[in-house]
Design a protein around this ligand. Structure first.
Ligand code: ADP
Length: 793
């Protein structure tokens, strides 16, 4: 687009946009952000009428609502090459400068400025003097580029190719770092010769500064010895920065970082890296976007406890005291922990396997972890691995990502502020079960004493030594822990508590703790054992004591409030007035059924919350042999239901069931508490019992509960978590429990009084199960008669 063509089209009256901090020159293209309403209107008008717009710079960039007097008189007409409306109502335009103009008259101010302009013709003729000046200018420009000004080589080449003197001056000015006033001076220099001269002056000042910089450098180089080198380089940097207008504040900041780096105790190679980054920061203009990225990085690096660590003192006797002080029972756990600590005290580093505490919630895992930290005089930190599905959560993101941060390991260590805390990682059983990525391998590196002395975080890009951290992991279930991790760990089971143990824990630990936390004393509140027992039986249904503690806390809070409101004397809470505090009971205690029922059998399962008692219901109705299974059963549980049905079909005759029941009967098996997902094979014999019961029309004995996997041939296979299941049965008031014979060896782990209270019957075959579980007089051998009765009635 040649100038003459445009000029012909430029009308005398133009919409006008005031510019805050920008000066546009002819033949140059700049992006323009337009935010003010009037300016947007003016841009719109320009777009409607031939794309020409008058641009003038404001005298003060801060003026929000400039009047004609607030603007310079000389500006540049531009054509709008492109306009883009942004969602927030502002606009972005790409404009090309066309020609200088002078405002002769403002015709309107609203809704946008409209001005009459006089276009300024330029005299681009040259003579020898002008030629000489032009050449000198290009030379200086080249020199500035060579001295480290960020002027790309192409720009220098382009400058050398410009033949019109005025245009050359505009071009060079545009690429210099000048204030708006200085640039306006060039815009207002209408005679090319003047303009060249002024531009040359600005440029040579710039070159002078740059040369001064390199002169200092030369001098410094000559004079200094090796040790002084760095100091002088910094002085030189300061000098340059001052010349370039960098503030004292920035220098203070850089010195502060230097200090922090020196004091952080980071290893040498990391220190080198930090200094390199700091060097980059020092060279950047304060406003550059990247400075904040570097600052954040340096903050992380210098904030890490590279050397800080707690002085450890380990004395097994006092460790035992600490563990005993806060925990009732858990003898096996404490023993294993003390053994572990003993081994640790004999070896320096954290060699050997990682402890893994497995058990239902509220069984004291965290609390034992804290006690270990206390007895070692180390800090205690926790982090949950639950739901973690990405390696980057452990190792962090590389710094090239916007908003990148270190991974959770480094974040936790940084928070702890020491390099040898006791670090508890919760929920290892909930890690890496996702298709989006597998954090397991990163975790392996963290936990492996052979590798973790140089743990690599993607963000830090520097190894961190984790070998003095004492890792403890926790899980609710053992099976879902990735095998590779399980191999590294020494598992300690937290089985859950019996009613007596809970009562003791509540009386001795939970009540005093909650009284204290709520600002009460035993003189103000007494919670009787009857109340505690009632809470354990009817308000909570758990293997641990978490909800028990929560309910005790709820009572304490209510009493605390009454005390504040002026209640005098001691409040007594017993089973009689417990509902005033906690509302009606949430669970029924004892067995669900009052009488022996047909088609209802009690089973024992193992869930994340510990062992639990479930009821399996079966009914039959006329139909064509369809089977429905409901109650959110997992695949394994469904399969064992089908196995149970197949077993009953093949043995129908001995059981006294018409073998063709499948042709005339539909079966429905339901496991209530339908909202809770259930899975696993251990309800197999329970389902078989309830189905057999309904088909035989023979009630199941209500005081019998059972657990075991069933095979097609009616064998009873062993199951896991026996101890938890029996504790649950004991809690629920079951009298007789049928267990797989092969599980008898696990009974050793059971507290003696539980073993004494329960009638535990080992079984090997379904025949034995039926014999024990079905009501007396219902035994399969006499089934035929009953069948006759059943069909007639
Ligand atoms: P977890 O980590 O296994 O979910 P916590 O350690 O958080 O369980 O225990 C929950 C609460 O029960 C804590 O207040 C803890 O002090 C208390 N607690 C658990 N077991 C015992 C115990 N054996 N003796 C005393 N208090 C216990």
């Amino acid at each position: 687009m040649s100038q003459t063509d445009d000029r012909d089209e430029i009308p005398e009256i133009l919409p006008l946009i005031p510019l805050r901090d920008l000066t546009l020159f002819p033949n140059l293209v700049v992006p323009l952000f337009v935010g003010r309403e009037r300016s947007i209107e003016a841009l719109e008008e320009a777009m409607r009428k031939g794309h020409a717009v008058a641009l003038v710079t404001q005298r003060e960039a801060e003026t929000q609502d400039p009047s004609p007097g607030d603007m310079y008189e000389i500006g540049c007409v531009a054509t709008v090459m492109q306009e883009l409306k942004l969602p927030d109502g502002t606009a972005k335009a790409l404009v090309e400068g066309v020609q200088r103009f002078r405002v002769t008259e403002f015709l309107q101010e609203d809704p946008y400025f409209l001005a009459r302009v006089e276009l300024i013709e330029e005299d681009e003729r040259t003579d020898t003097e002008i030629e000489a000046r032009m050449r000198a200018l290009v030379q200086d420009f080249e020199k500035a580029a060579g001295l480290g000004k960020p002027i790309p080589q192409e720009v220098v080449v382009a400058a050398a190719g410009i033949e019109e003197p005025g245009r050359l001056a505009d071009f060079v000015t545009f690429h210099l770092h000048l204030s708006v006033e200085d640039k306006q001076q060039i815009l207002e220099a209408l005679r090319p010769k003047d303009r060249l001269e002024k531009t040359a002056r600005f440029l040579s000042k710039e070159v002078e500064i740059l040369e001064l910089g390199s002169k200092i450098q030369d001098r410094v180089k000559d004079q200094m010895s090796e040790t002084q080198r760095e100091y002088f380089l910094r002085e030189q940097l300061k000098a340059i920065q001052q010349e370039l207008g960098q503030t004292d504040e920035q220098q203070a900041e850089i010195e502060e970082y230097e200090e922090k780096i020196a004091q952080s105790g980071m290893p040498e190679d990391v220190e080198e890296k930090a200094r390199k980054e700091l060097g980059r920061l020092a060279k950047m203009p304060a406003a550059a976007a990247e400075t904040s990225v570097i600052r954040t990085y340096l903050d992380w690096l210098t904030g890490l406890p590279w050397r800080v660590q707690d002085e450890e003192h380990l004395d097994l006797e006092s460790a035992q005291d600490v563990l005993d002080e806060d925990h009732y029972g858990l003898e096996k756990v404490k023993e294993r922990v003390l053994e572990y600590l003993a081994v640790h005290s004999l070896t320096d580093k954290m060699r050997g396997p990682i402890l893994c505490f497995v058990g239902p919630p509220g069984t004291g895992k965290t609390s034992i972890g804290r006690a270990i930290a206390r007895s070692l005089n180390r800090k205690f930190i926790r982090m949950s691995l639950g739901g973690m599905r990405d390696e980057a959560e452990i190792r962090g993101h590389r710094r090239t990502y916007v908003g990148a941060l270190p991974g959770r390991i480094i974040q936790s260590i940084s928070q702890a502020g020491t390099r040898n805390p006791v670090f508890m990682m919760d929920e290892v059983d909930k890690v890496g079960m996702d298709f989006r990525g597998d954090p397991t391998s990163a975790l392996l590196e963290v936990l492996d004493p052979e590798q973790n002395d140089s743990f690599q975080d993607h963000y830090l890009e520097a190894p961190f030594d984790l070998s003095d951290v004492m890792f403890i992991t926790t899980a609710n279930l053992l099976d879902p822990i990735p095998p590779a991790l399980k191999d590294r760990m020494e598992v300690i089971h937290f089985p859950g508590y019996t009613e007596e143990e809970k009562l003791h824990i509540a009386r001795k630990y939970l009540v005093p703790k909650q009284l204290d936390e709520n600002g009460l004393t035993p003189g103000k509140l007494d919670i009787a054992d009857t109340a505690l027992t009632e809470i354990i039986r009817r308000y909570t249904r758990e293997a641990g004591v978490r909800n028990l503690e929560r309910d005790i806390a709820a009572i304490c809070r209510q009493v605390a409030r009454k005390v504040v409101e002026g209640r005098k004397g001691k409040t007594r809470v017993s089973s009689r007035n417990l509902t005033d505090y906690l509302g009606p009971p949430k669970f029924s205690y004892g067995l669900a059924e009052e009488n022996d029922e047909v088609g209802v059998a009690t089973g024992l399962v193992w869930t994340e919350a510990g062992g639990d008692v479930i009821v399996v219901e079966a009914t039959k109705m006329p139909g064509k042999g369809e089977v429905s299974l409901t109650g959110q059963l997992g695949d394994v549980m469904r399969e064992s239901a089908h196995a149970a049905i197949s077993y009953i079909r093949t043995n129908a005759e001995t059981l006294g069931i018409s073998p063709d029941f499948t042709e005339s009967t539909d079966l429905h098996v339901h496991v209530p508490a339908a909202a809770i997902p259930k899975d696993g094979p251990s309800a197999g014999i329970t389902m078989a019992t309830s189905i057999a019961s309904v088909l035989m029309g023979c009630p199941v004995r209500r005081e019998v509960a059972m657990t075991g996997e069933i095979t097609l041939r009616g064998h009873v296979l062993p199951i896991g978590g026996l101890k938890e299941k029996l504790l649950a049965a004991h809690r629920a008031g079951v009298e007789t429990v049928l267990i797989p014979k092969e599980n008898v060896k696990d009974l050793e782990l059971l507290p003696e009084h539980v073993r004494d209270d329960l009638d535990i019957v080992p079984v090997e075959t379904m025949a034995q199960v039926f014999k024990r579980a079905l009501a007396a007089g219902c035994a399969p051998k006499r089934a035929k008669k009953r069948k006759a009765r059943g069909t007639s009635g």
